[in-house]
Design a protein around this ligand. Structure first.
Ligand SMILES: [Zn+2]
Length: 176
């Protein structure tokens, strides 16, 4: 996704040298290489095609702007994120949860328990946090605890799927 261009630079001595400079290819550059660049706005041909409509709505017509059009190309859609690739390359499973209420994600309970332990045990210096963080995570991350976080999240998911509101769900799960 880079292209190179020769550029002239003046050294301190006043001598001019030519160097290759790497540039990141922009949206327009890539679409032009694909032969997919549209000059005119499809909906308003007296206007130029917009580079980015800034809309977060991905359901819009993909040719509305160059940004969305590039993102809708099959090879772009199948590209994993750098994080995804790094996790899988080191032999782990990469699982993405949909964005939902934190009560429905067990790992939030684990973090919250670990943070609570850190608050109780920590002397509020970075040094001590750095030294003890693994203990906090190990203590709160024992298998029975993880099972508890997991079950509790499932009970919230069940309550919400019965269309309970926040208070009702809380009453059922926590039992007050
Ligand atoms: Zn757009």
């Amino acid at each position: 996704m880079y292209y190179e261009k020769d550029k002239w630079f003046a050294k301190k001595s006043g001598q001019w040298v030519q160097n290759k400079i790497k540039y990141v290819k922009g949206v327009r550059h890539i679409l032009e290489e694909y032969g997919l660049w549209l000059e005119k706005d499809l909906y308003n041909p007296i206007k130029k095609w917009r580079l980015d409509c800034k809309s977060k709505d991905t359901s819009e017509d993909s040719k509305y702007c160059a940004h969305h059009f590039l993102a809708s190309q099959p090879d772009f859609m199948s590209q994993k994120t750098a994080l995804h690739e790094a996790v899988e390359d080191s032999g782990h499973i990469f699982e993405l949860y949909p964005k939902f209420h934190c009560k429905c994600n067990w790992i939030e309970r684990y973090w919250s328990a670990a943070k609570r332990e850190a608050r109780l045990q920590c002397d509020y210096t970075y040094k001590s946090l750095d030294k003890n963080i693994h203990t906090f995570l190990d203590h709160t991350g024992k298998l029975p605890n993880i099972r508890w976080y997991y079950n509790r999240s499932w009970r919230y998911i069940e309550a919400y799927s019965q269309e309970m509101n926040v208070k009702e769900a809380n009453d059922v799960v926590v039992g007050h």
